[in-house]
Design a protein around this ligand. Structure first.
Ligand code: NAD
Ligand code: DAU
Length: 364
């Protein structure tokens, strides 16, 4: 459904950062298929995780502009705010992989903390006048449930749970959240922070659990499971995440944090077995659990994440629509239908990273 009545029929300029990555590219596609009244400016540095193939179908749309650049580049970010008179920011740009943050934390502090601060400053400069902030503007920070730390067997993260990040990645995201909150507390800048659980779906880089397992299984490589595989994550289908951000952008109460979860908690080993069973039944019946290889545990590995998403349900009427059974089927089928995408993205530096992470024993 196309919706025309955003911001009184005036075109609004939405700066999406990190829009060539997994969630950002799904979000841009979602927004442009739903609304006519947005012009999206996608600012992305195109790191290893950024891929313009994700947005090929939008390349020639008149209400979409891609800019290659770094959110840490003050001059460029200020220039974009001036040139496009940006109304809204949705900040996805980040170094997003926990294992990489353990290997090389510095870039996580640069992009996730300093980059976010830079965007906040540019937005403040552009949006603030003598009377305060102009009416139609908002900064949405896309954060993560990992800022809350780890749960035991029971309980859930609420928006009031204290921040207790454990990895360099989650510490950098928590720092960014505090900066965003401080711009509301100090300057009354219109912001929202969203904290979601593990996303899955099309276009996810195959260093993350689900696409890594799909790619390895399709290539008959071993499936590395950290520790004993009993760690638990909550899985959110990416399109459901996009619909939640859409609602927060339009209806989220200024200054609020919203948790977004999938109601789909699973042990990692269950996820791996689900992937194996699907590929065994639908692609190649020689793929079986023999491929599972228990490897050294991730350092500081959080035991369990579980989201209480009752606030966004009560305040904005959002609930995830996709069951895990549906979502995983759609996701694996997408990778099967897009083998070329998978093959392109796993060429280049991927092999070096994989070898560093898992060694040669896992059949790169
Ligand atoms: P991703 O790694 O797939 O994509 C990140 C994108 O940011 C890439 O396109 C990359 O090129 C770009 N980028 C990196 N550094 C940049 C910089 N300095 N300037 C401009 N662009 C830069 O990440 P994702 O999985 O799509 O995650 C998007 C956001 O959502 C991140 O902020 C992440 O912390 C958050 N998040 C992700 C998940 C998840 O399960 N994937 C869950 C919770 C929160
Ligand atoms: O919870 C939200 C977070 O989810 C996001 O903020 C991060 O950006 C995103 O990367 C993701 O972090 P995780 O560390 O939970 O995701 P990952 O896919 O790396 O790992 C999921 C679980 O699977 C975790 O317990 C580690 C385990 N794992 C992962 C890989 C890559 C394995 O057992 N083997 C693997 O090879």
């Amino acid at each position: 459904m196309l919706i025309d009545n955003v911001n009184n029929n005036k075109t609004s300029f939405l700066l999406v950062t990190g829009g060539a990555g997994f969630i950002g590219s799904n979000f841009i596609t979602y927004m442009l298929s739903r609304y006519n009244k947005y012009h999206i400016v996608n600012l992305d540095k195109l790191t290893y995780a950024g891929n313009l193939e994700n947005l090929k179908e939008l390349e020639n749309k008149s209400n979409y502009t891609f800019v290659k650049g770094d959110i840490c580049d003050k001059e460029l970010v200020n220039l974009l705010f001036n040139k496009y008179e940006i109304d809204y920011v949705v900040n996805f740009a980040a170094e997003s992989h926990v294992d990489r943050s353990i290997l090389n934390p510095e870039i996580f502090a640069d992009t996730n903390i300093i980059g976010t601060l830079n965007l906040l400053n540019a937005a403040k400069k552009s949006w603030e006048g003598k009377e305060g902030f102009r009416e139609s503007c908002k900064f949405i920070q896309i954060s993560t449930d990992e800022v809350y730390g780890s749960l035991g067997d029971t309980g859930f993260f609420t928006e009031l749970t204290s921040l207790d990040p454990h990895s360099p990645y989650s510490a950098s995201k928590a720092s960014a959240d505090l900066l965003v909150k401080s711009y509301y507390d100090t300057y009354r800048m219109p912001i929202n922070i969203t904290r979601c659980s593990n996303n899955y779906g099309p276009y996810q880089f195959p260093e993350k659990l689900i696409p890594l397992m799909v790619n390895n299984a399709l290539n008959k490589k071993k499936l590395p499971v950290y520790g004993n595989g009993s760690n638990i994550r909550d899985w959110l289908y990416v399109e459901d995440h996009c619909s939640a951000i859409d609602l927060v952008l339009h209806n989220g109460r200024i200054g609020e944090v919203y948790n977004i979860g999938g109601n789909n908690e699973r042990q990692n080993i269950q996820i791996v077995k689900t992937v194996i069973n699907f590929i065994n039944s639908n692609v190649d019946n020689s793929i079986d659990e023999e491929l599972v290889t228990y490897v050294e545990d991730r350092k500081g590995h959080d035991k369990r994440y579980g989201i209480d998403a009752s606030k966004i349900k009560k305040d904005l009427g959002w609930e995830p629509k996709t069951t895990f059974e549906e979502g995983i089927k759609k996701t694996i089928n997408w990778y099967l239908e897009n083998k070329e995408w998978l093959c392109n993205i796993t060429s280049g530096g991927y092999k070096d990273y994989y070898e560093k992470m898992y060694g040669n024993g896992l059949g790169v």
